[in-house]
Write a protein that binds this ligand. Sequence first.
Ligand SMILES: [Zn+2]
Length: 172
Amino acid sequence: MDIFSHGLYGGVLTGRKSRKSFWTAFIFGISPDLFSFGIFTLSILLGFVSGPDWGSHAPDPSLIPNYVGILYDITHSLIVFSVAFLAVWLIRGKPMMEMLAWGFHVALDIFTHSFAFFPTPFLWPISNYKFDGHSWGTSEIFIPNVIALCSLYAWWWYKKSSFPNEKRNPKM
Ligand SMILES: [Zn+2]
């Protein structure tokens, strides 16, 4: 899925407690792409390297530098995510629910990336198995994605305003 949708899903699914919680979840939601393609995109924008033609189609994966693939393996692995989630749980003595946005990002990518461009290495480093999903760039995925996001945010908005007499968290 595109990075912006990942952030929005993270925020609405795991960050509804407060503004801080929302943005923490948003950052966790975008972080797998931020720390792989984001670094590459930044180096293109800063003029350090020239980038592939993104055009209307995904570019040839061979034009993407190796380190992006390595970072993609690490950030898009449910194994790495689980270890990090449990480690934070152990250190804090309670789970950090906003981190689940990271896991949800990977879960969503499994089904919305095809073999044509960066299928999700969700079992790395234990297994190389990848699922041949349906690209999020196609209208069959992108339009339902927008509808799902609008519905989730409408539901959240409705839930917050459906009981006006109840005392609400002023930060929300
Ligand atoms: Zn991703």
